[in-house]
Design a protein around this ligand. Structure first.
Ligand code: 8X3
Length: 253
């Protein structure tokens, strides 16, 4: 099978790329960083096709997809993995530009690439779309600002794709990871403050990027008539956000 993975240069995307190639498949790896993609190609060989494109730039996605050479142009599985969080501040304390970037990549780019690929799957009556959402789309938490809502969109979009694809041999799964280490997620969220990023995972046994990638691969090994709609994954050391209660300051007696 040929798999298109967005955000293939790191984290879940890179780990999933390796697993699919280890299992004899071909992968089109889409990412912004050309140099990183070339290093991955050097490592993984001719079954990996590097597609340099920016998920925030719809033209670059279109050009890349429309110019895929054979046999990489038939996409059997689309893994919409690219996505990011910026900032851990409350909504009133985040630049609108950060919101815009999250909306552009997590919603606009993801929808656009799906819109480009879906018709070829429908024409073949065969395909699989795996969207990488987040527990942040299920449970609001302080500082998630617009990140969680963009992931709530991804979850809702997966469900609606399932509704629209009834009767077709096209599967859709929504993967909802919680706290995961070995990715650049927090380094990007904190804009290069690596010490702060590291502190998120200190003293916690988080789920690893490889473990999420193995779950993604497992989904694709299920019989074709079996659709795993949603799969939510957290480390045992994480649980749901509590219902926050604000306590008034005690007035001085
Ligand atoms: C990321 C999950 O818990 O780090 O999608 O916000 S969390």
């Amino acid at each position: 099978m040929n798999i298109l993975i967005t955000g293939a240069s790191s984290g879940f995307g890179l780990e999933a790329t390796k697993i699919f190639i280890e299992n004899g498949h071909t992968v089109v790896g889409l990412a912004r960083r050309h140099k990183k993609l070339m290093e991955i190609k050097h490592l993984l060989g001719e079954n990996f096709y590097p597609l340099t494109a920016d998920m925030a730039n719809l033209e670059s996605i279109k050009e890349g997809i429309e110019n895929l050479p054979e046999p990489f142009d038939q996409i059997d599985i689309l893994i919409n993995n690219a996505g990011l969080a910026l900032n851990l501040n409350p909504a009133f304390d985040v630049d609108f530009q950060d919101w815009q970037t999250m909306i552009d990549v997590n919603i606009r780019g993801l929808s656009y690439i799906t819109h480009l690929i879906l018709p070829q799957m429908v024409a073949r009556d065969d395909g699989y779309i795996i969207n990488i959402s987040s527990t942040a789309g299920n449970y609001p938490y302080y500082g998630s600002n617009i990140y969680g809502p963009t992931k709530a969109f991804v979850t809702s979009f997966s469900q609606n794709l399932r509704a629209d694809l009834i009767g077709k041999n096209i599967r859709v799964s929504n993967v909802e990871p919680g706290l995961c280490s070995d990715t650049e997620f927090s380094n990007i969220r904190f804009k290069g403050d690596d010490a702060r990023a590291e502190s998120v995972y200190a003293d916690v046994e988080a789920v690893t990027g490889r473990e999420i990638a193995e779950i993604i691969y497992w989904l694709t090994t299920q019989p074709k008539h079996v659709n795993i709609n949603r799969i939510e994954v957290m480390p045992t050391m994480q649980t749901f956000a509590g219902l926050t209660v604000y306590k008034k300051e005690k007035s001085p007696s």
